[in-house]
Structure formats: C-alpha cells, structure tokens
Design a protein around this ligand. Structure first.
Ligand code: ARG
Length: 300
C-alpha cells in the first residue's frame, strides 16, 4: 500500500492511509429496470375549470403544444426501453391526460380512482374499463375519494399515502386492504402541492432501502418527522425545484425524467449516481401536472 502524506496541523506530515480520505466517495451504481406505463394523449387538453392553484381558465392553453410535449415524454420512455400502453382520450375530459390519478397497480392488483371533483369523476370509469379489457382480474373501485398515484406512492416496500386536499384518509385504509400493502399516511399542507406526487417521488423502488426525493415544506411537521425517520438519506428538494413541479418525476432506478427547470434537483440526482432526463412540460403544467401525472405505472 502506498502511503501518501499531507500536511497536518503541526509540522509532522500525517499518513493518508490513517487519515480521512480526501477523495469523495464514488456515487453508487444505479441500475434501471424496464417499466410498463399507461398514458393518455392530451387530444382534448385545456384548462376550463380550476381545481388547483395552478389552473387559470382565463389563460390561453395551446393544446397542440401540450400534445407535442406529451409525445416527447412518451418517446423518451420508449427510447429508455420502457413500454407505453395507451388509453383513448375522451372529449369533455380535459384532465384525462393525467393517467396517474386514475389507478394504482401493485402486483397486478388494481385499485381504481374516485375523484374529488365532479369535473373529473367520469374519468374513473373509462380507466376501469381499460383495465378490465386488458385482462386485469383484480380490479377494485374505491368507495372513498381516492386520486390514485396522485396521492398513493409505492416505494417498493410501503405505500405512502397523501391526504389534505384530495384523497380521503379513509381511502388509505381501503388501499391497504385492497392492495395488501402497508400504508403510511402523510399530511399535505400547501395547496400548490395538492397531491403527494408533486411533493415527493421515489428514486429507487427496487433497493433494500428505498430512496426518495421530497420537498419538506409541503408536509405537516409530524409527516416531516415520519419522512426523516423512514428516509434519512433522502434527496431534499429546494423551493425552486418544487415550484416547477420538479418532484413530479419518474425514475426507473437510473434515469429520472423530470421538468427541465428543476436544475438544482437534477444536479443533486447526478451527484447520487442517477441520470436526469429533462423534459419540457410547460403547457401541461398549466393544469398543475408534470411528467409523473401523465404516467401511471403498471406493476404487473
Ligand atoms: N388538473 C388536474 C387536477 O387538478 C391535475 C392533476 C395532476 N396530476 C397529478 N398526479 N398530480 O386534478
């Protein structure tokens, strides 16, 4: 073993092999796994009602631009080797593009959605039919308000479940029973982060210890303590990362598809060995959504 020496505080050089390493530890190797997603082309996308603070019906929305951004997102997944399934968009359901809100699939079991707003309510039945027509046997529809992956985030070991704005806390118990997974409830407190999936995402759901990124200020003090306890090494997002919906990201364990504006988050992810893949979702963000909202994961 070679012994380099550096100057210590006194006159004597100290041996490097007995001192703290001066070289930063290498980031762990992040292994991607192939995913299957369900998406809905934003053919009828617009903002004509306001059910979250991002939505302003008086502002123009360019549907063609939204379709182009969505198409780029879908193509990105396919370039990364993932499979994208499609559901037909319906006229009069402008938010149907947000597939993540319409079902939670874990181990082939499906828990459908029950939307809080009357405007979105009919989406649930179109998605339910898609599951049935695509061979899913175990499809359960919730009796309580449940906005699916908008508020239910699978870490690989537990289901994190948001409440405060949309999903009813009673839906958390229903999810635990229907999906057979342990559920941990988290309280959201900032209306801009009305769904859990705009405040937190999972970077690695296959690791022994799941890794997440989140924005602490979106959570109540008690929920923040829960998150610290569960994920002491989490990536902590800044206000600017959260405010461009940077946490509405999709990771395959190596590549992280996220809004292009979330530059600090992207740098932190790169430091941790992930490969950030920025996408432009500016038009879709006018409805309060980002890459993850457009993407339901089919965990068969
Ligand atoms: N306009 C939609 C709503 O307010 C946006 C949903 C975004 N989806 C999500 N998974 N956060 O319901």
């Amino acid at each position: 073993m070679t012994t380099a020496s550096v100057l210590g505080s006194g006159d004597e050089p100290i041996a490097l092999d007995s001192a703290v390493s001066l070289v930063a530890p290498a980031a762990p190797v992040r292994v991607p796994t192939q995913r299957r997603y369900l998406m809905c082309r934003p053919t009828h996308f617009t903002v004509r009602y306001a059910i979250n603070p991002w939505m302003d019906p008086s502002q123009p929305v360019d549907t063609e631009r939204a379709v182009a951004q969505w198409t780029e997102l879908r193509d990105t997944y396919e370039r990364l080797g993932h499979t994208v399934e499609l559901i037909d968009p319906q006229p009069d359901l402008p938010d149907m593009v947000f597939a993540a809100n319409a079902g939670t699939v874990i181990g082939g079991r499906v828990l459908g959605a029950r939307f809080r707003s009357t405007e979105r309510a009919p989406e649930a039945e179109f998605y339910r039919r898609w599951f049935v027509e695509h061979g899913y046997r175990d499809v359960i529809m919730p009796t309580r308000t449940n906005e699916a992956e908008g508020d239910l985030v699978w870490t690989g070991t537990v289901l994190l479940a948001g409440t405060g704005f949309r999903t009813d806390p009673a839906a958390h118990a229903e999810a635990q029973e229907a999906l057979g997974v342990p559920v941990i409830s988290l309280q959201l407190v900032d209306p801009r982060y009305y769904h859990l999936d705009v405040a937190l995402f999972v970077l690695d759901d296959r690791a022994a210890r799941p890794l997440v990124a989140y924005y602490p200020e979106a959570f109540s003090p008690g929920s923040r303590r829960v998150l610290q306890r569960l994920f002491p090494d989490a990536v902590i997002a800044t206000e600017a990362d959260a405010a461009c919906l940077g946490l509405n990201a999709v990771s395959d364990g190596h590549h992280v598809v996220l809004p292009v504006e979330a530059t600090n988050l992207a740098a932190q992810l790169a430091d941790r060995g992930f490969d950030p893949i920025p996408v432009d979702i500016s038009e879709i963000r006018k409805s309060g959504g980002g890459p993850k909202c457009c993407t339901m994961e089919l965990r068969d």
